[in-house]
Design a protein around this ligand. Structure first.
Ligand code: SF4
Length: 465
């Protein structure tokens, strides 16, 4: 059980400037940079067969890479197209992959969690979405109880109230709405125009359709944003009272992401303004009763994320923070990453290759990693710190059969520098993240990452703040 105060976050500008540099987001450990092509589809099959000897339920991730237009800030793996034939071809191959993957898993294993991500999953029309969900239901053993968590990322520009009703009918009970900013000037500068009224109507509709949880994604650091303009966006968002809010830091890397070259550098707020926006946002969400989960995530006190954090079932995965820690994750679609037992496996990021491999009757896995015993320990340390803001040595030793202080002596020594700066405290019982350190979880977790420094990672990771 957790004992820290979830709302104790202290914004320390000086520490953020010193420790808020680039680093992994630790949606997995080891991070995807360590995945390699020696890991093959045969390795994947072998590990799935092993996993079938367990009673672990399943979580499915389905990647729909298509978007109608380009949002200039975007760093996702997506295909901007209006060519509906291309989408049909992709869905045909996705169906093939669903059948191949489903055949590997014990049919008794229930799908407790499902997430449609992208790209834009709601790029699909009603007929396509219905067909895809029907196929998934037929191929896998869906948990239809109230404890299931079936979520979909929604681009508010692509759905109307009828579609919201369809999503509810299909069994989705969670929505994640990409808002980013309500300010028309910011929206024009990033080529993503959607009115507050449209989003408000969708929220009303989501409540009518009894979606259990609605999440808003906002981004700070976008062109033309100021503390005042972002305050207006926050007020509008808070009026709609989403259950969860994710506030992402815009990473401007035009040398890596072509679309970002459409953003005028001069319009981007200064680092000082960005920090002020973040500071203001954290204060405001705290005053509005949102619980700070960690990193960029906030949730209302009765949301499942808060509950999971309190009872020890919270996890970091490719969706950020998530519940259902006990599931094996099956990845479907181009570039999707799965996790089965102790392995990660990623599908090829090329749609052409994805479709060609499936045409040839092969699973489209292009790389992955089998994590070793040391990775597993480090993954758990990072997860404890990022999900629960503390690590209790006795509990950790009981689970893993090691002496933490002996095994991680070097790491503890490097953490002492951060302890002297007030980001963590270390005593004979535990490592605790302090209110000052909570915004800098990535920098703290990095002390336990044995891969950092082995190769140049400059520009591969975004800044922590
Ligand atoms: S932000 Fe979303 S909708 Fe916009 S281009 Fe990226 S994936 Fe597509």
């Amino acid at each position: 059980m957790n004992t820290f105060d979830p709302n104790a976050v202290c914004f320390d500008q000086d520490l953020i400037k010193r420790y808020g540099g680039r680093g992994p987001r630790y949606t997995s450990y080891p991070t995807a940079l360590q995945f390699h092509a020696k890991f093959t589809a045969n390795d994947y099959r072998r590990h799935v067969a092993l996993s079938n000897k367990t009673v672990r339920p399943l979580s499915l991730y389905v990647h729909i890479p298509f978007c109608q237009s380009l949002c200039y800030y975007c760093a996702c793996n997506k295909i901007v197209t209006r060519n509906r034939e291309r989408v049909k071809t992709y869905l045909r191959h996705l169906d093939q992959e669903i059948d191949m993957q489903a055949a590997l898993f014990d049919p008794d294993r229930k799908v407790e969690q499902l997430h449609f991500g992208g790209g834009t999953p709601t790029y699909l029309d009603e007929v396509q979405l219905r067909a895809l969900m029907a196929h998934l239901r037929e191929a896998f053993n869906f948990d239809e109880s109230g404890s299931r968590e079936f979520s979909i990322e929604v681009d508010p520009r692509t759905v109307d109230s009828d579609m919201m009703t369809v999503l509810a009918e299909l069994g989705f009970n969670r929505l994640s709405l990409g808002i980013q900013d309500f300010d028309p000037e910011v929206q024009r500068a990033v080529n993503r125009i959607q009115s507050t009224e449209e989003v408000g109507a969708l929220m009303r509709n989501a409540r009518e359709n009894r979606f259990k949880s609605v999440s808003f994604d906002l981004i700070y650091g976008l062109p033309h944003q100021t503390v005042d303009s972002f305050d207006v966006t926050l007020n509008k968002a808070l009026e709609m009272r989403p259950d969860r809010l994710a506030i992402y830091n815009y990473a401007h890397l035009p040398e890596r992401f072509k679309g970002q070259r459409m953003i005028n550098d001069a319009d981007i707020p200064s680092p000082e303004t960005k920090l002020e926006i973040l500071h203001h946002t954290i204060d405001k969400l705290g005053e509005s009763e949102y619980v700070y989960i960690g990193m960029d995530h906030f949730a209302l006190p009765d949301d499942d994320l808060v509950h999971a954090q309190r009872c020890g079932t919270l996890q970091r995965n490719f969706q950020g923070y998530s519940t259902h820690r006990e599931c094996d994750l099956v990845a479907l679609g181009v570039s999707a990453i799965g996790k089965i037992g102790n392995i990660y496996a990623q599908n090829t990021t090329s749609t052409i290759e994805y479709e060609a491999l499936l045409e040839a009757g092969k699973l489209p896995i292009s790389r992955g990693i089998e994590v070793d015993a040391d990775d597993l320990l480090r993954a758990d340390v990072i997860s404890q710190l990022m999900c629960y803001d503390q690590l209790v040595f006795e509990r950790f030793n009981a689970v893993h059969g090691i002496d933490f202080l002996q095994y991680f002596g070097e790491e503890i020594n490097s953490l002492r520098v951060l302890a002297n700066d007030g980001l963590v405290s270390i005593d004979s019982e535990r490592i605790s993240i302090t209110p000052r350190g909570r915004l800098l979880l990535r920098s703290i977790a990095m002390a336990f990452d044995r891969y950092l420094g082995r190769e140049s990672t400059d520009g591969r990771f975004s800044k922590a703040i």
